[in-house]
Ligand binder design. Structure first.
Ligand code: OFO
Length: 165
């Protein structure tokens, strides 16, 4: 059985992952409308990955005899000034998600729930990758500056850019 405190913390994280999926879906749709085909492809993929993270948690909670909760989600509030601001927000969002995961790991340790602690290690590694990917993308964007040709190439590169295996 899952301790109550762990169940509710994991359910909170289910919501966080679902909101991440919505955020990247909103970014994908914006990029598609603006004609950034590669960025849109990348964001749609990110959105799918976050949904997979959400499902993984949901299944774990149920498998441990708990009850996964599906919460109402808030509409993503994003600054759509440019694709640069989108990627900045993506990075900042991933940093916040990492903080949530760290808090969860902490709770699992305090509760001596070693199964959950072990389960969460996958998310710890995932966040390292996602933060690193977001950083690489931000560095690329800085390199491009206002160069239109660079932007074209960047958008093209993003089609095959994937954060995780
Ligand atoms: Fe990138 O947030 Fe999921 O784990």
């Amino acid at each position: 059985m899952l301790p109550e405190i762990i169940q509710s913390a994991l359910n909170e994280q289910i919501k966080v992952e679902a909101e991440s999926s919505q955020i990247y879906l909103a970014m994908a749709s914006w990029a598609e409308i603006k004609g950034f085909e590669g960025i849109a492809t990348f964001m749609f993929k990110q959105s799918d990955e976050e949904r997979a993270h959400m499902l993984k948690l949901l299944k774990y909670v149920n498998q441990r005899g708990g009850e996964a909760k599906i919460s109402q989600l808030d509409e993503p509030k994003l600054d759509y000034t440019s694709f640069k601001t989108l990627f900045r927000q993506l990075y900042e969002h991933e940093v916040r998600v990492s903080e949530c995961i760290n808090i969860l790991v902490d709770i699992a340790l305090k509760e001596k729930d070693y199964a959950t602690h072990n389960f969460l290690q996958w998310y710890v590694s995932e966040q390292i990758e996602e933060e690193a990917t977001a950083k690489v993308i931000l560095d690329k964007i800085d390199l491009i500056g206002d160069d239109k040709g660079g932007l074209y190439m960047f958008d093209n590169d993003m089609k095959n850019f994937s954060s995780t295996a």
